[in-house]
Design a protein around this ligand. Structure first.
Ligand code: NAI
Length: 672
C-alpha cells in the first residue's frame, strides 16, 4: 500500500461512505500552485486510490482545496526558471500529463470542487476530472492565463478544453487569457454544476459520486466545428483577430496555439502530443522568459507593501473631481472602498461621479453590488468626510501655492494615522509639505491617466517623508489592485522622466522632417503600445510642454529645440487629441494617418525603433545611478507598468543588457 503519512501539500482521507477526499493545501503558501512536490504527492494519492478502488474500498474521489480563498492559481511559475532545455520541458510536462491521464482513467468517479481561482494548470487538473462543481461566488474565476506568460496550456488543457467547450468556447479563452465567472464557465461546458457557496461543495460532490456523474463532451454543431474545413476557416478568422491585437514576432504563443488547433484539432489524442512539442520551444523562448520576468517584477512591486500592517485603508477622501480625482475616486469604489469626493465646484462632483458609472457597471454585475457601490460613493462638497478618512488624496490644480494652502487647511482635520497624499505630477513633495506642521506626513501617490487602465502608481517620498507613511501608501495601492513603486522626489519622478527625453527626441525628428507615421510605426515595431508622436498628442501637448520645462529645469539642461515648436502649437490651440488636432488630426478618437508612398522597410523600422527608445534607456540608467528608484528590477517594472514599454522585452535595462544575445524564435508546430 502507498504510504500517505508524509504528505505535506495534500491531506488525504477516506470517509465511512468510502469516498476519498484529497485536499490541496500547499505548505507554507497562501495559494495553491502546482509545483513539483504537490504533483508528486498527487501522484501518490492517485496510486493509492487506484489500489483502493480495486478492492472497492473507495468508490469515488473528490479533489478540493484546503485554502479558504482559492482552488489552484496554476503551475508554479517559479520552478520554470530551473528548466533549461526542450528535452527537460518535454520530460517534466510528460510526467504531469501521464498523471492527469491516470486521474481521467480512474475506475471510480472523480469530482473536482472549485471555489475561488481555478487557473491554468489548476483548470487543466479540473478538466481531467469526471465532474466539475463550482461555486457561484464572486471570487470564483476560471481561465487560462498562460498566453500572458508567452505560452499556452501545456498540461493537455488545449485538447481537453476543446473537447469540453468546442472551438468557439475554448479557443477565445486560451487566446486572450480572460477569466470566466462560474456561470459563464458552466455555459461553455467547462463546469458541470453550480452551487451557491463553498459550504455546499462537499454535499454536492458526494451526490455526484452517488449518482456516478460524468461530464459529456460538447455535442451538436458546436462539437462539429473541430472538423475540417470548419477548423481551417475558424483558424483563419482567429489568426486575423489575433493579428489585429499583437504581432507574431513579439507574441508567438497565440499563433502557435492556432496552428496547433488547425493542424490537430480534429484528433484530440494527437493534439495532446503535439501540444507538448509546440509548448517546449515557447517556454524557453525570449518572449516567455521576459513575460515571466514581468510577472516576477509585479510580485516584487506588490511586496513593497509590508505584510501585517495594522493600518487598513477602508475610507478614501479625494479632493478635486477633475480628470484624475474623479477617476481615482471611482477606481477606489470599484475596489471596495468607501469614497468621498470633494471639489470647489459641486457640479463637477456630480459629473465626476456620473462618469464612473461605466466602470462600476463593468465591475459589478448584480444590481445589489451596483447599489452597494453607489452607496459607498459620497459627494462631499464641504469636505465633511476628511475626518473619517484613512487616506486623503489631493488631485486639484497643479499649482504649488494652491496645493500648499489646501494641505495647510486640512492638516489638522485628518484623524491620527491617516495618510495625506498628493497626486501631483511634477511638484516636489518637500515643496508642498514646507508650510505644514508635520511635513514628514505628506507622500505623493501619483496615478497615471487613464487611471483604470494604468497598473502603476508611483509612491513619492522626499528626504523628510516618514517611512511609515510610504509603507502605508504602498499598502493602499496594492489594496486597490495596482502596483506601487517607491520613487524619490525628483523632477519627473520615474515615468515622466524617462518618457520626456524619448518623446522630445521623437518630436525633434518630426521637426527635422521625418514622417510622424513612420516614427510611430517604428516604435510599435519595437513593441511600444503606441508611437511617441501619437502619445504626445494623447497626453496633451500642453502637458508635454509643461513636463519638458520641469525636466529641463531639474537637470539644468537647456530646453530641447522641439520645446519651442510645442509652445507654438499650444499657443495656436493645438493641444492634441483633446482639441481635435496636434501633430495628427483626430477623428472619433483616432489619429488620421497618411499612408506612405512605399511600404516601410522592415529592417529600417527595426533600427529606427531601437534608436527611438535609446533616450529612454539612457534616462532609466541615470535614474538608477542617482538612486531615484532602489534597483534595476524596480526601474524596469516601473517603466513597463507606467509606460507600457514592450513587456516581452523585459524592461529597458534588462533589454539593453541582453540585446546582444541571439534571439531565438520558437518554431512552428510540425504539420500533421
Ligand atoms: P483638473 O483640472 O481636471 O481637475 C482639478 C479639479 O480640482 C477641478 O475640478 C477643480 O474645480 C478642483 N479644484 C481646484 N482647486 C480646488 C480646491 N482648492 N479644492 C477643491 N477642489 C479644487 O486636473 P487634473 O488633470 O485632474 O489634475 C489634478 C492633479 O493630478 C494635478 O496635480 C495634476 O498634475 C495631476 N495629474 C494629472 C494627470 C493628467 O493626466 N491629467 C496625470 C497624473 C497626475
Amino acid at each position: 500500500m502507498t504510504d500517505l503519512s508524509q504528505l505535506r501539500d495534500w491531506r488525504f482521507s477516506v470517509d465511512k461512505q468510502a469516498i476519498a477526499w484529497a485536499t490541496f493545501d500547499r505548505e507554507g503558501e497562501s495559494q495553491n500552485s502546482l509545483g513539483r512536490r504537490p504533483l508528486e504527492e498527487l501522484g501518490l494519492i492517485v496510486e493509492h486510490v487506484e489500489e483502493l478502488a480495486k478492492t472497492k474500498a473507495v468508490r469515488g474521489l473528490v479533489i478540493q482545496s484546503g485554502k479558504e480563498k482559492g482552488f489552484i492559481v496554476g503551475a508554479d511559475v517559479r520552478e520554470f526558471e530551473t528548466i533549461t532545455s526542450e528535452q527537460q520541458v518535454i520530460e517534466n510536462v510528460g510526467t504531469v500529463n501521464a498523471l492527469l491521464d491516470r486521474i481521467e482513467k480512474l475506475p471510480v468517479p472523480v469530482v473536482c470542487c472549485i471555489h475561488g481561482f481555478c487557473l491554468g494548470g489548476g483548470l487543466e487538473l479540473a478538466l481531467a476530472c469526471h465532474w466539475r462543481i463550482a461555486t457561484r461566488d464572486e471570487a470564483t474565476r476560471l481561465g487560462f492565463p498562460e498566453v500572458k506568460l508567452g505560452i499556452f496550456p501545456g498540461f493537455n488543457g488545449t485538447a481537453r478544453s476543446l473537447r469540453q467547450a468546442g472551438a468557439l468556447g475554448a479557443m477565445p479563452i486560451m487566446l486572450t487569457g480572460s477569466m470566466l465567472r462560474a456561470g459563464a464557465a458552466k455555459g461553455l461546458n467547462l463546469v458541470d454544476e453550480l452551487v451557491p457557496g463553498p459550504l455546499n461543495l462537499p454535499w454536492a460532490a458526494r451526490r455526484a459520486i452517488d449518482k456516478g456523474r460524468r461530464s459529456k463532451p460538447i455535442g451538436g454543431w458546436k462539437g462539429l466545428l473541430r472538423r475540417w474545413p470548419a477548423r481551417g476557416y475558424l483558424a483563419g478568422k482567429m489568426r486575423a483577430q489575433t493579428k489585429a491585437k499583437v504581432r507574431e514576432e513579439h507574441y508567438p504563443a497565440p499563433f502557435r496555439l492556432i496552428d496547433l488547433f488547425e493542424t490537430h484539432g480534429g484528433n484530440l489524442e494527437g493534439m495532446k502530443k503535439a501540444e507538448t512539442r509546440a509548448f517546449a520551444p515557447l517556454m524557453l523562448g525570449d518572449t516567455s522568459r521576459n513575460l515571466r520576468r514581468v510577472f516576477k517584477l509585479s510580485e516584487i512591486m506588490k511586496a513593497q507593501a509590508p505584510k501585517g500592517l495594522a493600518w487598513k485603508p477602508l475610507r478614501v477622501h479625494v479632493i478635486g473631481a477633475g480628470v484624475m480625482g474623479a477617476d481615482i475616486a471611482g477606481f477606489c469604489v470599484a475596489n471596495g472602498m468607501e469614497v468621498s469626493l470633494q471639489d470647489l465646484n459641486a457640479e463637477q462632483i456630480t459629473k465626476g461621479i456620473d462618469a464612473q458609472k461605466k466602470l462600476l457597471s463593468r465591475k459589478f454585475k448584480t444590481k445589489a453590488a451596483r447599489d452597494a457601490a453607489k452607496a459607498r460613493f459620497i459627494a462631499d462638497p464641504t469636505g465633511e468626510h476628511i475626518t473619517r478618512a484613512d487616506i486623503v488624496i489631493e488631485a486639484i490644480v497643479e499649482k504649488l501655492e494652491v496645493k500648499q494652502a489646501l494641505f495647510k487647511s486640512i492638516e489638522g482635520k485628518l484623524k491620527p494615522g491617516a495618510v495625506m497624499a498628493t497626486n501631483t505630477s511634477s511638484i516636489m513633495i518637500e515643496k508642498i509639505a514646507e508650510p505644514l506642521a508635520d511635513p514628514g506626513r505628506l507622500i505623493g501617490v501619483h496615478f497615471f491617466n487613464p487611471v483604470a487602465q494604468m497598473p502603476l502608481v508611483e509612491i513619492i517620498k522626499s528626504a523628510g517623508t516618514r517611512e511609515e507613511e510610504v509603507q502605508k501608501g504602498c499598502a493602499f495601492v496594492t489594496a486597490i489592485g495596482k502596483f506601487p513603486l517607491i520613487v524619490k522626489s525628483s523632477p519627473g519622478f520615474l515615468v515622466n522622466r524617462v518618457l520626456g527625453p524619448y518623446m522630445m527626441a521623437a518630436l525633434q525628428r518630426v521637426e527635422a522632417g521625418e514622417p510622424k507615421e513612420k516614427i510611430d510605426e517604428a516604435a510599435r515595431t519595437f513593441g511600444m503600445p503606441m508611437g511617441p508622436v501619437e502619445l504626445a498628442d494623447t497626453v496633451g501637448l500642453d502637458v508635454c510642454a509643461h513636463v519638458g520645462k520641469i525636466l529641463a529645469a531639474g537637470s539644468g539642461a537647456a530646453l530641447p529645440p522641439s520645446a519651442a515648436k510645442l509652445d507654438a502649437m499650444v499657443a495656436s490651440g493645438k493641444l492634441g487629441k483633446k482639441s481635435g488636432e496636434g501633430f495628427y488630426v483626430w477623428k472619433d478618437g483616432k489619429p488620421q494617418r497618411s499612408e506612405p508612398a512605399h511600404p516601410y522597410d522592415r529592417f529600417e523600422l527595426e533600427r529606427l525603433g531601437r534608436d527611438l527608445v535609446d533616450p529612454l534607456i539612457k534616462e532609466a540608467r541615470k535614474v538608477l545611478e542617482e538612486g531615484v528608484v532602489e534597483n534595476a528590477d524596480l526601474v524596469d517594472g516601473g517603466v513597463i507598468f507606467g509606460t507600457g514599454f514592450a513587456p516581452f522585452r523585459g524592461g529597458p535595462l534588462h533589454f539593453a543588457t541582453n540585446e546582444s544575445k541571439v534571439v531565438t524564435m520558437p518554431r512552428r508546430v510540425a504539420a500533421e
